[in-house]
Design a protein. Sequence first.
Length: 392
Amino acid sequence: MRIDVRRLSDVDVVRVRGTFDPTTAPRLRAVLDARLAEGRAHLVVDLTGMRMFDARVAGGLAAFAGRVQAVGGCVRVVSAPGLCRDLLALAGRGTQLRVYDDPAPVLAALRVRAGRTEETPSTSESAPLSTEDGGEDAGWPGSRDITVHALLAAVDRLPTDSADRAELRRQAIEHAMPLAHRLARRFRDRGEPGEDLVQVAMVGLVNAIDGYDPGRGCEFAGYATPTIVGELRRYFRDKGWRIRVPRRLQELRLRVNQASAELSQTQAATPTISDIANHLSVPEAEVAEAVEAGMLYQPLSLSGPGTSGSTLELEDPLGSDDPAIDVVEQRESVRPLLATLSERERDILRMRFYGDMTQSQIADRLGISQMHVSRLLARTLDSLRAALADAA
């Protein structure tokens, strides 16, 4: 069974959908008792969408109507089909339990003025009852949704061991979920997946449900909004950063981003670090540090592409072999032997193997013949090979 509650002036409309039998009736009784405890003595029970009903349920509603009558209130039942309507009419004899086929007569009959209910006959008709969760109720125009408050007030009145507490709490969470979704959408396009933000908002919603006190008179949305938004902001502050940076830089980064957006509008150009520092009255070094810290919010993933247009990922080269690793040992072995060569011999080796010059080009550079260069090069290499062989 699902219960929704709307407030229309001094009248509370309690809408019931699903199975309404002796096992689910205690939930409705708890909601009605909570409304009466808050001084809401003019109640309408809307049975649109009800699938089951029996005489014991009718008797329970009649007994509740007798309690309401004792405090000067009244109970109306609308949209009760067929036999259910007859059972309610029979059970409600002698009480203020009135039964109507649709909401139209109730809207015309219940005119609350100066805290009292005035009966006026009417045959006017209204639009068919049709609602969307959280939206305008066509059957009860001008009413506003107080479902979460009503359900949580009912939970407070139930015994701590009652199984109905969990069900009413679940319905309250389910009914308030659109609020969490709306608040999560405020933080979209800030670098975090939308699904993650919704999950964080749901955590804030559950915290708000468990912390809400219906007796304080504050509407649930007014209490839950800062609770959910605070949870989302804590997520960005504490868990959104992939690399931990000091709180001072996190806060300064937000100010820098805001100042950059403002200056871009006023200057019609991208502001420099100096412009932002002057605007915020902080040292340029701190602005530069905050900008650099902002790059740590979402550092490049190792699974991302290494270069533009490349099919390799950044992590691919990390575990691969360097093709030059095999010659490292040889290079280090030759390094001390090169120091024993003459300067001209070292120059010839450098130009030939590092400068990629031909023997003729080397000869022109040194002012000697190409044949002489060939002999010097061969002699130098032979001496290096011999030295390496001796070292081995």
